[in-house]
Design a protein around this ligand. Structure first.
Ligand SMILES: [Zn+2]
Length: 334
């Protein structure tokens, strides 16, 4: 009698191992299971793999594992640096949460309220466990649930927004630190855009109707800051940026923005109630709060917010600020 053999991959490790296993398993059509060894990122249960293509971090189709096995003792004893990275990746969901809803209001993008609520609960549960022994467990749980939510909606939208685009841009420019550390830094600065949005009056928004984006200057910028990928970046975004100067498009979006401003403000106000706790958590874990703490120079960091909307066709607060022509106003306040 012939014995049945089953071939499957086993990934033991954190982010990179998990993504390599996931992508290879998908390409070879082989099932796989994962044993995370640290709560360092949110992709364990995701169906997409974050790969670096043309030096640019891109999420490509892959597959979710058949099962994830967790040993709490291993997770508890994971290096603190990896826990910090995972915590900051999870805190990135705060701005991803806001970006998704902003897009829903302004572009009509579909949202899943259950998914939004679930993601919010996981980041809050971890944030408020920062000083307890539940921290590592809640953190990994939050990261795993975020991944499941991505699988549920079929995209990384519930877990990745403008803060991830900034992180990808910094990575492209050689800022070498954990993904989550960059995401968590960007989250703080993206929240400043949301705070700025609260301060905008409807009259100021109406005044931006005549703003035009200088397309030639934009192309020069893309050539300069996406040295190895500028052709594909320009190709992917040219139609989008040309539309920013279209009169009808501008009128419609400004009208919608004014109409929805109160509803958007309400969500931002509610979300920002955790701001103090977030700062406390960063301090408690002794984590970098300022871009210079990561050795990032002013010019690169400032330009990241102008370049980031071109990284992914996913509407975020940075797309809105690009449309309004106000990115520089916020950046100047950093
Ligand atoms: Zn992430």
């Amino acid at each position: 009698m012939r014995q049945a053999t089953m071939i499957f991959f086993v990934g033991v490790g954190s982010g990179t191992i998990s993504d390599i296993t996931r992508y290879t398993a998908y390409k070879l059509k082989i099932p796989f299971i994962l044993f995370p060894t640290a709560p360092s990122m949110d992709g364990f249960t995701s169906s997409g793999a974050a790969l670096t293509i043309d030096n640019l971090k891109t999420t490509v189709a892959a597959k979710a594992p058949e099962a994830v096995f967790i040993d709490n003792e291993v997770i508890d004893n994971a290096p603190l640096t990896l826990k910090k990275a995972g915590f900051r990746d999870l805190m990135g969901k705060i701005t991803a949460f806001l970006d998704w809803q902003l897009s829903h209001f302004l572009t009509g993008e579909k949202i899943d309220l259950d998914v939004l609520e679930t993601v919010k609960n996981t980041y809050l549960k971890t944030l408020y466990a920062i000083e307890t022994k539940e921290f590592s467990k809640n953190l990994l749980e939050g990261l795993i649930i975020s991944g499941l939510m991505m699988t549920k909606v079929g995209s990384s939208r519930p877990a990745s927004g403008s803060e991830h685009h900034i992180s990808h841009f910094l990575e492209y420019h050689g800022v070498k630190t954990y993904h989550g550390i960059k995401v968590g830094l960007a989250t703080l600065y993206i929240l400043r855009f949301y705070k700025h949005f609260l301060s905008l009056s409807k009259d100021e928004i109406l005044g931006m109707i005549h703003y035009t984006l200088d397309i030639d200057a934009w192309q020069d910028l893309m050539r300069r800051y996406f040295k190895f990928a500028y052709e594909s970046v320009i190709r992917a975004n040219l139609e989008r940026v040309n539309r920013l100067n279209d009169k009808t498009f501008r009128e419609e979006l400004i009208k919608k923005l004014v109409e929805k401003k109160d509803s958007i403000d309400k969500i931002i106000y509610e979300t920002l109630t955790i701001y103090k706790d977030l700062i406390h958590a960063y301090r408690f874990l002794d984590m970098p709060m300022h871009y210079r703490d990561l050795g990032i120079d002013d010019a690169l960091f400032f330009i990241a917010f102008t370049c980031a909307p071109n990284i992914r066709d996913r509407f975020t607060i940075l797309h809105l600020y690009e449309f309004l022509g106000l990115t520089q106003d916020v950046v100047n306040s950093f």
